[in-house]
Design a protein around this ligand. Structure first.
Ligand code: 2HG
Ligand code: ZN
Length: 461
């Protein structure tokens, strides 16, 4: 596993001719950061890391790999959490961060063309400077890229209002397994002329095509923001508030939930002070954003909610960021305590409280001493079940959690994808016919199976 697999000399020379010496990396130290994922749970050796600088170069690399039957793992910011962006079996890693072209904003259509390697933070700043908003937002914004977030159909904290990444996509440029380029970047909002490839590639996790650029729809800016952190008794109470404010409060952007154990851990790792003197069982972070100040409406709406035990409001950016830290620092604090099993799951709102109440004991029964930490996007019914304790290859806790999710009508992935991590459990929430249809698409577009092998369907599939 630790040996660097050797590429045929002619293939290596061809890759060097395409991308240039400097962008074909096989030096172990330089390659290392491409070979381990963000959680440290997944790692492997790449035969080589290739960093093409244009769509044409991506196409040429794919063409070389296709003809030689060499598998390729595409990688953007390497912030994925399901093991899909790092090599497993000596694949070529295709680093896409050099594709960082960012076009001028077309203010008439409120659209922009961005290269796959543009980071979400940079895209957001670019939109904001033009008085617009790129509303896909997630804690990894400084590293996560346009291409990676399309490949995973990333969600984040504002899905409630704006939908996931696929809702932003009005055009795509991508390279297919054989090196051919498909490009529909005209920015047409309506275009029913056959299969919609942009939407097919969104969420395909690098298994159908390599996204090299996209045409993205922006939205109106919402410069006024109001944020509330609430302490409530439990998930039931949080859901009651969600139900009440969801339709009554306009401009609702985010409704996030987390728990006492998570906040305690975040405070330990970030040296923040706990938000409330008496820790509540459950925390709810609610944010509104609009063209006018939404504070009063938010405060009034929450005053009508008897479930609120504690509350803190923030209207200036620094205070808001402080409240968000309790939520967003969960991921890094968990990583500081160990190598987690990360289970991003979604449930119908009708069974979510039952899931939350049951999952901890199920995990404890499966792996004594295992520590589940839950948080997530309550407004979307999306919980991130992080489990510390089990060894990286011990799947017992994962198995009980994903089976519980399936039995309660949920899905084993809400926004992170299936990757390598969840491939063995895909059948729990996708039917045989579903999987057969997906495989047929995969075979049609990538008959040699060179694009991100093992992802979604598993290695032996
Ligand atoms: C988030 O919502 C991300 O912060 C990461 O989806 C979740 O670390 C996780 O499990
Ligand atoms: Zn999330």
């Amino acid at each position: 596993v630790n040996e660097r697999p050797r590429l045929d000399a002619a293939v290596l020379a061809a890759l060097r001719a395409v991308a240039g010496e400097a962008h074909v990396i096989d030096d172990p130290e330089l390659a290392a950061s491409y070979e381990t994922d963000w959680t440290r749970r997944f790692s492997g050796r790449a035969s080589v890391v290739v960093r093409p600088g244009s769509t044409a170069e991506v196409a040429a690399v794919l063409s070389v790999c296709h003809d030689a039957g060499i598998p390729v793992v595409p990688q953007g910011g390497n912030t994925g959490l399901v093991g899909a962006s790092v090599p497993r079996r000596g694949e070529v890693v295709l680093g896409l961060t050099r594709l960082d072209g960012l076009g001028d904003i077309d203010t008439v259509s409120a659209q922009v063309t961005a290269g796959a390697g543009v980071t979400i933070a940079r895209l957001q700043d670019h939109a904001t400077a033009a008085g617009l908003l790129y509303p896909v937002d997630l804690a990894s914004r400084e590293s996560a890229t346009v291409g990676g977030t399309i490949a995973t159909n990333a969600g984040g904290i504002r899905v409630l209002r704006y939908g996931p990444t696929r809702a932003r996509l009005v055009g795509i440029e991508a390279v297919l397994a054989d090196g051919s380029i498909v490009s529909r970047m005209g920015g047409l909002t309506k275009d029913n002329s056959g299969y919609e490839l942009a939407q097919l590639f969104a969420g395909s996790e690098g298994t159908l095509a390599i996204v090299t650029a996209a045409r993205l729809q922006l939205v109106r800016a919402t410069p006024h923001r109001a944020t509330a952190l609430l302490g409530v008794a439990d998930t039931e109470a949080a859901l009651a508030i969600l139900q009440r404010i969801r339709h009554s409060v306009t401009d609702l952007d985010a409704i996030e939930a987390f728990y006492h154990d998570g906040v305690e851990m975040v405070c330990r790792h970030t040296s923040a002070t706990p938000p409330f003197a008496t820790p509540p069982g459950c925390y709810l972070l609610v944010e509104c954003a609009g063209r006018e100040d939404p504070s009063e409406r938010l405060v009034n709406a929450l005053a009508e909610c008897p479930e609120v035990i504690e509350s803190a409001f923030a209207t200036d950016r620094a205070q808001q960021q402080q409240l968000w830290r309790y939520r967003e620092a969960h991921t890094e604090s968990i990583n500081a305590e160990g190598i987690p099993h990360k289970l991003d799951v979604t449930l119908p709102l009708t069974t979510l409280a039952e899931f939350e109440a049951t999952v901890r004991e199920r995990v404890a029964a499966a792996v004594p001493g295992a520590r589940p930490i839950l948080f997530g996007h309550l407004g979307d019914g999306n919980l991130h079940v992080n489990i510390l304790g089990p060894a990286p290859d011990d799947d017992r806790a994962t198995d009980v959690v994903l089976r519980l999710v399936a039995s309660l009508g949920g899905s084993i992935s809400a926004e992170h994808g299936i990757g390598i991590a969840k491939a063995p459990w895909l059948h729990l929430t996708r039917s045989e016919a579903d999987i057969a249809a997906m495989r047929a698409i995969k075979r049609a577009l990538d008959p040699g199976g060179i694009l991100n092998p093992g992802v979604i369907f598993g290695h032996d599939a």
